[in-house]
Design a protein around this ligand. Structure first.
Ligand code: KIV
Length: 282
């Protein structure tokens, strides 16, 4: 299947087709997602927690992101890939933002970048990145890189006043030139209000059923990451349990001398060579 473009996403929205969006951080997962026909892949800075074992996304570097974007691109050459801008790769200046986004495109082979926030500085970053010719996705609501300022990792826009602020931010992000907006961790009514007023695709993660598309962290929905599972996650498999059982079975087989089985999991040697080996050993 040909790789989807921004125009395809706009058409999908116009035709009422949902956009399917998942995170991936490595070659194998990306390969399976492309096989499954996922429309868009996010190489999220959640890789810090999901694959690097940090408690938060803050330690993730631009080099980490570039390396993982490359792996995902190798696995999914025909899927639209969004690379996340990690903490402090865009906050300080428009110039930093353009250079960081440029690295994700030039070295990480992504089709677009995503950055968090909706304040005036972030709007300026979105404008600068867009004007440099790079597609940019906004991200509002529960924005982990702003955890200190938004009261931690909790749902946002739960009061009418806070919700209106998010609706306004979404419009400003669109006006700044974003091709799409991701809304995270808000009540369904807020996801709906933002979506109904948007002229660009609105994707949601924990933002209810009314957005134009849905995102999940893949490791949550297949039961691989069990440190914490947000309320909005639906579990489609329990791969973590399958893997632990496979590792246990392997350990038991090795300890009880049931693996490898000679002749089944082993290389063969010609009889005469084996004979000669034995005589040489003698
Ligand atoms: O890093 C990520 O995976 C994200 C999603 C949680 C929205 O930004």
């Amino acid at each position: 299947m040909a790789k989807k473009s921004v125009f395809d996403f706009t058409n999908m929205v116009e035709n009422g087709e949902k956009i399917v969006y998942l995170t991936a951080y490595d070659y194998l997962t990306a390969k399976m997602q492309e096989k499954a026909g996922i429309d868009m892949i996010l190489v999220g800075d959640s890789l810090g927690m999901v694959t690097l074992g940090y408690d938060t996304t803050f330690p993730v570097t631009l080099d980490d992101m570039v390396r993982h974007c490359q792996a995902v691109r190798r696995g999914a050459p025909n899927t639209f890939i969004v690379g996340d801008m990690p903490y402090m790769s865009y906050q300080a200046s428009d110039e930093d933002a353009v250079r960081s986004a440029g690295r994700l495109v030039k070295e990480g082979y992504v089709d677009a970048v995503k950055l968090e926030g909706g304040g005036p500085r972030i709007l300026s970053r979105i404008k600068a990145i867009n004007e440099s010719g790079i597609l940019v996705m906004g991200h509002i609501g529960l924005t982990p890189q702003f955890a200190g300022q938004i009261g931690g990792y909790k749902a946002q826009g739960r009061s009418a006043k806070a919700a209106i602020e998010l609706v306004k931010q979404a419009k400003l992000i669109e006006e700044a030139g974003a091709f799409s907006i991701l809304v995270e961790g808000v009540p369904s009514a807020v996801g709906k209000a933002i979506t109904e007023r948007a002229s660009i695709p609105v994707l949601g993660i924990g933002a209810g059923p009314y957005t134009h598309g849905q995102l999940l962290i893949y490791a949550d929905m297949v039961g691989l990451y069990d440190n914490f599972t947000p309320k909005f996650v639906k579990k489609y498999a329990n791969i973590g349990e399958i893997l632990v059982n496979a590792f246990k079975e392997y350990a038991k087989d090795v300890r009880e001398n049931r693996f490898p089985v000679d002749g089944e999991h082993t290389y063969k040697m010609k009889q005469e060579e084996e004979k000669e080996l034995l005589s040489l050993l003698d």
